[in-house]
Design a protein around this ligand. Sequence first.
Ligand code: MN
Length: 714
Amino acid sequence: MRARALPSSSATLPEASFLFSELSSYLKREEVSELQNAYLFSQSAHSGQFRKSGEPYISHPLAVASILGKLRLDTQTLTAALLHDVMEDTHISKAEISDRFGSPVAELVDGVSKLDKIEFQTHADAQAENFRKMLLAMARDVRVILIKLADRLHNMRTLEAMRPEKRRRIARETMEIYAPIANRLGLNNIYQELQDLSFHYLFPTRYRVLANATKAARGNRREMVRMILDAIKQRLKVAGLDAEVSGREKQLYSIYKKMVEKHLTFSEVLDIYGFRVIVKDVPSCYVALGALHSLYNPIPGKFKDYIAIPKANGYQSLHSTLWGPYGTPIEVQIRTPEMHRIAEAGVASHWLYKSSDADLNDLHMKTHQWLQSLLETLSDSTDSLEFLEHLKVDLFPGEVYVFTPQGKILALPKESTAVDFAYAVHTDIGDCCVAAKINGENAPLRTVLRSGDRVEIVTASHAKPNPAWLNYVVTGKARSHIRRFLKTMQYEESAKLGERLLNQALGALRVDPQTIGAAQWEKLARDSGAKSKKDLLADLGLGKHLPAVVARRLATPGVSVDGTNGANDVITILGTEGMAVQFAKCCRPIPGDSILGFIKKDQGLVIHIHDCPAVSKIKGNPDNWLDVAWGKDITRHFEVSVKLMVANERGVLARVAAAIAEAGSNIDNVGMEGDGVYTTMTFMLQVRNRHHLAQVMRSLRRISEVAKISRMKG
Ligand code: MN
């Protein structure tokens, strides 16, 4: 094949050639060529796109990959870094990335793209911690966070191209969210650079003043630094140590912070000189410490042994502060090359490229080992405990972070549903919720929420909590409010039923309820251990007392009346009594059935069909049994069970369902049991009454496959 001349925009950038030659210092040749493929793929996907600065877009993913290359990360991470914006900005799909570069890379790119979709507006500081947690929780693979941090770092380095207000917004977000994440993961260099860049754009004037002052001071300091450096090197040599010694420049933001927090002047902060000593192993660290303590006097109380007791993010070093020449304080850090690597790269140092088969299991193992090592080194310091507490939340998320429509974040326990969310927003919203919209789409209230979901609750003023919610809510707040509401509702409904039951019993004794005085009620309530007349009526409705017994005690001689102006002989059932009246699950009575009422202790009135098999089994006080009848004009629907035997034909369930719908009924539940030629279907249907049920059955009989229909009672 003849090579075609490439248009200039698809020429490999010089930075790319530089990166690939750098990477070949620790990657195999075939891995570097894989990365070159990813580079060309990304370049062509982004072709024609430019950054705000005018550079071709590919320069950005390339820079991100090179930041991660400096951390010596594995090929998958670097490939994903090169591709990290293609899903967002071009037509390339996850499947295509997976086909070309493997599914681990596709997962990483997808993870970064998902994080990008979260819109960060300006948020209160209190929200920042939740954001950090959410970011970490959403990224199952820590490498996603590493790519995201490198992405942010490069965007911060090139922030100058943005409009001033956008610069400030991004800088603030970086300071509040990304820099602390970098710190938490021990990515010291990235952390400090993010902080300094944010400081630069948040407080441009302060930054400039400090930068100039530091530059000016550096000249004066140079001689002093050289002198101390020479003295240290000389002393370590005498002690027989092969050491690498360097002076440390203070970061502008940390100077600024020290001035603000410790109320120090610029020269007081700058008057501290920092040096770092790297020696080959742990024993040498202590030898070096001894040597330096004999060179300059240590300041008491300033020595810290982070080798014996590492910081929770794995950091190890010896720290000491000495009195240098002319009484200048000198801070020294002594560590091994291994400790240095961890101090600079933190969690990334555990992902260092080691072998080519760094698959996901390996990755999980490394995460696990890292956490394990944290646990082992957990010292008694409260700082570490706090860190670990965060870390557990971050890497093993027990919480989900979701948005309100206003963009506020709520942290909820794992497995929380839309109902939990509604109660978390406000009790009134929970009590009146009827539906949810999750990320703009309608969803059932029982839907389990996931981090990043935007949840909107639809309420209706007449709506009430549903007892069924108790089956799936997980937060204590939702649970206790639903319970409390049901209890109040049950109380009201029971009191109403109790009154009706009592009036009926009084009617049987030919007593007019109106003739019973307040004093009589009060006495009876007291005697029965109830607080008030209403309490007593509620107890009656709940079956704690029997209406007939209470009626007899109230019907004192002298108030008896003759005639027929007493209450009805039977209790009428309207189906609107709520929780005070239950329809027995064994026979499921519907209007039109002849029925019986049974007062069950603590549950109230339970309605059965008169020939329900369960009825004959329930024995006991005849006072427990009540004559009941259906009221007129009942409009609600009742559940009824219907059993069908149908020939096992293709599409028969659909025809059955259609017939039911045609007859104006709803299906609540279907069960099927097949045994070859015939299938038995059991439906839970919603009907208004016996007449309606008959219509449904007629409609079902018209289906030729239906061999047998029966209503199930008991
Ligand atoms: Mn990017």
